[in-house]
Design a protein around this ligand. Structure first.
Ligand SMILES: [Zn+2]
Length: 319
C-alpha cells in the first residue's frame, strides 16, 4: 500500500474517532491502529516537516500508527510520543494474525457477502486493519492478496511473528499434490505429482513420467517458490517428451549455450522454460521471506529460443 492510499483512507474517516469506521447506525466496524515497518531509516519529528526530532530508527523497525495521516505524512507512536514521518518511509504490515480452526469462507462483506475464497483449516492470515464487525463476530483479513471477512468463530489468535500461509494440517498429501498438479496442468496435464517427506527433494522421472516434490517447509501448494519448482520439474518432463530416446544431444547442446559453464546446461534450460510457463524464480513469500528457486542466472536469447522450441514440442535448432 502506498503512502498516498493510506492517506486517503484515513482522510475518508477523519470526521469520526480515529480507528473507528461507522457503516450505519446498527452495524458498526471497529479497527485497531495500523502497524508499519520502516522501509529505510527514519527520524520522526513532532511536526510533519518541522518540529523537534525525537530520535531515529533504522530500516526494518516496527512501529504502530495513531491512525492519522495527511499531506504524505503518517503519525506514529515513537517511544511513547506522537511523531510524524513521511508515509513512503513506512510499509503497512499485519496488525494481527489469525489461524483458521476449520475450513472457512472469505466473504466480501461481514455475514452476508459473497464468497471470495475458501480458506483451508490451519491457515494463518494477517489483517492490516484488524477491523471487527457485527459485535466481533467477523474479522477483516487479507488472504492471498484479497481483503475480505471471516467468521471469528473459525479463527484463533496467532502470534505476529507467525508465518502467514498454510500449516501442516491445511492440506492432506493427496489434496496438496492435487493443488500442485493444477498449477502445472496447462503444460503437464495428467503427469502424476508425488509427495516426498525428504527436505529439498525435487525431481522429474522419464519412465514413467512423473514429478516428485518435497512438502517439507512447503505447506502451501500455491506458494510462489513451490510453483516455480513444480514448473521447473514440468520443464524436464517436456524435455523428456521431445527427446524420448535419450538426453545426450540435448545435454550437449544445453551446455554449449549455457553462459555459466557449470555443466548444468539442462538445469538452466529448465529454469528458462519454467519462466516462460510463469514461474517466478526469485520473489517474496507470504511470510515476507525472500526465496530463490532453481539454478539462478538470467536466460540468454539463445536459451530463450531453445526454451520456446521445447515448450512447442520441438527440438531447438542445433540440438
Ligand atoms: Zn532440474
Amino acid at each position: 500500500m502506498s503512502g498516498d492510499a493510506q492517506g486517503s483512507e484515513q482522510d475518508a474517516v477523519q470526521s469520526i474517532e480515529p480507528g473507528e469506521v461507522r457503516l450505519s447506525g446498527k452495524n458498526s466496524v471497529t479497527a485497531s491502529k495500523p502497524r508499519f515497518v520502516t522501509t529505510g531509516s527514519i527520524t520522526p519529528r513532532t511536526g510533519k516537516s518541522s518540529g523537534a526530532k525525537l530520535g531515529s530508527a533504522s530500516k526494518g523497525y516496527t512501529v504502530w500508527g495513531t491512525g492519522r495521516s495527511s499531506s504524505g505524512h503518517t503519525q506514529i507512536k515513537f517511544f511513547g510520543k506522537s511523531a510524524w514521518v513521511k508515509s513512503n518511509q513506512l510499509k503497512r504490515v499485519a496488525a494481527a494474525n489469525y489461524t483458521t480452526t476449520r475450513g472457512t469462507k472469505l466473504r466480501s462483506q461481514a455475514a452476508a457477502g459473497k464468497t471470495l475464497a475458501t480458506l483451508p483449516s490451519d491457515y494463518t492470515v494477517g489483517t492490516l486493519t484488524n477491523a471487527k464487525a457485527n459485535k466481533n463476530k467477523w474479522v477483516q483479513v487479507q488472504y492471498q492478496g484479497r481483503t475480505g471477512w471471516v467468521a471469528s468463530k473459525d479463527l484463533k489468535g496467532a502470534s505476529l511473528r507467525a508465518a502467514a500461509g498454510a500449516g501442516k494440517k491445511s492440506y492432506s498429501d493427496a489434496a496438496w499434490a492435487k493443488k500442485v498438479q493444477q498449477n502445472i496442468a496447462k503444460y503437464c496435464p495428467s503427469i502424476p505429482v508425488r509427495v516426498s517427506k525428504v527436505k529439498g527433494e525435487y525431481y522429474a522421472e522419464s519412465i514413467p513420467r512423473r514429478i516428485t516434490l518435497s512438502r517439507v517447509g512447503n505447506n502451501d501448494p500455491d506458494a510462489a517458490n513451490i510453483k516455480a519448482v513444480a514448473l521447473h520439474e514440468c520443464a524436464h518432463i517436456l524435455q523428456f517428451k521431445v527427446y524420448p530416446s535419450g538426453f545426450a544431444k540435448l545435454t550437449a547442446y544445453a551446455n554449449s549455450i549455457n553462459p555459466r559453464r557449470d555443466g548444468r546446461g539442462i538445469e538452466h534450460l529448465a529454469d528458462c522454460m519454467s519462466e516462460k510457463m510463469g514461474a517466478k524464480r526469485t520473489g517474496t513469500l507470504s511470510n515476507g521471506n525472500g526465496y530463490i528457486a532453481g539454478y539462478q542466472g538470467k536466460c540468454t536469447s539463445t536459451q530463450n529460443q531453445a526454451a520456446t522450441a521445447l515448450l512447442a514440442g520441438k527440438r531447438p535448432a542445433g540440438a
